[in-house]
Design a protein around this ligand. Structure first.
Ligand code: 16G
Ligand code: MG
Length: 557
């Protein structure tokens, strides 16, 4: 690194001194904290995103959001050139950079890393970084900090894409690096046209129920509500009412609203009441990368039937499986010479009833640790990989080779069997590949896919809810001296340290029919999480309590 670059870096870094005593860690969701202590971290993440762009010679992204956290928090994460999360190999550097005590240490770290990674600095523009932020008031000054971080690397150019959902920014980075149209209006155009295409392909005779075209969506008073208000204008055949849309008088971001609240509390968000009983409702989280559905069930309360990520996944899997079997009709593997691998990825939090159901449908189900980056990676090993966390994070990935094969098949069928069910199945899968955001889970794109499949199946919400019935479950948190003293394996289903704890969990679990329990250190809070399920709520509660007790005993010993 030349002298000029060093002094620019030193000078600008001294304008963003870190808050004393604040130590941050690049968890599954990037850096998150109270917005007032985040300027230095965001400035430094700007530097990191610029370095990543220089290294890969591709566009990267910086998203400023704290998702479902309270409005006074904020956060920052990097979008890798693929459109996915920052590569895990760079996370230790992200931690070191953000926690550097002063500008001098920061410059030293950048020089050492640049040499190790052989990153070439160039005077002409060679790095492009897209910036996005959600609707939090602190987003403005934090975005400025990110820009200054980027500008302190010679040759790096920041483009402010404005207020966006997290998945919109991921999508833009992915599209830019594929050399495709990547503006926000291109995003809306892609979603609405592929949605329309799926509706046009619905078999006329499919509808056994009168399809309910009304949907009410809780926008968490955040960016997702605002964007959906815009998107819905281009959707015929679907009547979407957005509540908690983020308008000033409607309420506070994530306060008694949003997918995280609905999924954890299992109650309706603010703004929903008895008049909504029987209506299909959905909820987005604060940055619109999580989606759950729900249905109000009690006249005098806000009790709901929750349709979580597991059930959304099941709907997607059934639809894809159906299209694949139509497509492969009359053709065996040898004939078309291509075996399509379809895989479903879940975490240990997936309700056992969902896993049983998926396996009974003949689907291959695999597990990874909690966190989108793990699920995404695993799903990418299949021709079609569908992943979801129970909390509503998830998407579908279609491999490039499979998408190419679909294109070929589509052209072939268009000339020999235009309009046949086989041809329509190919067209449906192609439309799905455009509607679903393949960079990262996206509540808006996921919602449109659910709605399109719903109309395709001709289902009522009750049919969806009745696909299988969740086993009662319970989650608890345990405060311990050092949560990292718990080490897990096999996708967090088994504890390997401290020794003896897994045996203790096994002996508690054995007391309950269909009992299942696991523990893991949280990646976002200083607690150990306990999950238990069993055939009754009392049994699940009791199993969770006794496992929590065992954790407390082992971790203080
Ligand atoms: C983060 C993860 C989410 C995971 C959650 C678990 C991403 C984008 N987000 O929010 O996938 O479910 O952490 O939190 O990966 P926990 O470790 O505190 O249980
Ligand atoms: Mg989120």
């Amino acid at each position: 690194m030349d002298q000029e670059q060093q002094s620019i870096l030193l000078e600008s870094a001294s304008r963003f001194p870190p808050q004393k005593g604040v130590k941050l860690s690049y968890g599954t969701a990037g850096f998150r904290a109270d917005a007032s202590v985040l300027s230095a971290a965001v400035f430094r993440v700007g530097i990191l995103a610029a370095l990543r762009s220089l290294k890969t010679q591709s566009v990267t992204g910086v998203m400023i959001t704290a998702s479902h956290n309270q409005v006074s928090d904020n956060g920052v994460k990097i979008v890798d050139p693929s459109g996915g999360m920052l590569t895990q190999e760079w996370e230790p550097f992200a931690d070191a950079l953000v926690n550097a005590v002063d500008a001098e240490e920061l410059v030293r770290l950048v020089i050492a890393f640049q040499e190790k990674e052989k990153i070439a600095f160039a005077r002409t523009q060679s790095a492009g970084i897209l910036l996005g932020r959600d609707t939090r008031p602190s987003g403005d000054f934090l975005l400025e900090a990110a820009k200054q971080g980027i500008n302190s690397i010679v040759g790096a150019v920041a483009s402010d894409m404005g207020i966006l959902t997290t998945p919109q920014l991921h999508w833009m980075v992915q599209m830019r690096n594929k050399g495709k149209m990547a503006s926000e209006s291109d995003y809306y155009e892609q979603l609405s046209s592929s949605f329309r295409c799926l509706l046009d392909l619905i078999p006329k005779e499919a509808t056994t129920y009168k399809i309910e075209k009304n949907l009410v969506v809780d926008g968490a008073n955040g960016v997702g509500g605002e964007k959906l208000e815009f998107l819905k204008k281009s959707l015929n055949d679907l009547v979407i009412e957005v509540r908690n849309s983020g308008k000033k008088d409607e309420g506070i971001l994530n306060d008694g609203v949003g997918a995280d609240f609905v999924q954890k509390e299992k109650v309706a968000p603010r703004g929903f009441g008895p008049d909504d009983i029987g209506t299909r409702c959905a909820s987005l989280d604060g940055d619109a990368d999580r989606l759950v559905y729900f249905c109000l069930k009690s006249k005098n309360g806000n009790e709901i039937d929750l349709i979580d990520g597991d059930k959304i996944l099941s709907l997607f899997a059934l639809f894809i499986k159906e299209q694949l079997s139509i497509l492969n009709k009359e053709e065996n593997e040898e004939k078309n010479g291509y075996h399509v691998t379809l895989g479903v990825v879940q975490t240990a939090y997936a309700n056992g009833a969902s896993t049983d159901y998926l396996k009974k449908q003949g689907l291959e189900v695999v597990f990874t640790p909690t966190g989108v980056k793990y699920l995404h990676e695993k799903a990418s090993h299949y021709d079609i990989g569908i992943y979801f966390e129970a909390n509503g994070h998830g998407t579908i990935l279609l491999s490039e080779s499979f998408t190419n094969l679909l294109e070929v098949k589509n052209n072939e069928l268009a000339s020999i069997a235009k309009g046949s069910e086989q041809h329509r199945a190919a067209l449906r899968l192609l439309a799905l590949s455009k509607l679903i955001n393949q960079a990262v889970g996206d509540a808006l794109s996921g919602l449109l896919l659910v709605e399109a499949i719903f109309q395709h199946m001709g289902w009522s919400i009750q049919v969806w809810m009745d696909l299988y019935h969740d086993l009662p479950s319970k989650q608890l948190k345990v405060k311990v001296a050092d949560r990292k003293s718990i080490v897990t394996a096999n996708a967090e289903t088994v504890v390997i340290r401290p020794s003896g704890l897994q045996e203790a969990i096994n002996s508690e679990t054995a007391k309950f029919p269909r009992g299942r329990a696991f523990v893991r250190p949280s990646g976002t809070e200083d607690v150990v999480r306990v999950y238990a399920e069993a055939t009754t709520q009392e049994a699940a509660d009791s199993l969770a309590n006794s496992v929590a007790q065992r954790v407390a005993n082992f971790c203080t010993a």
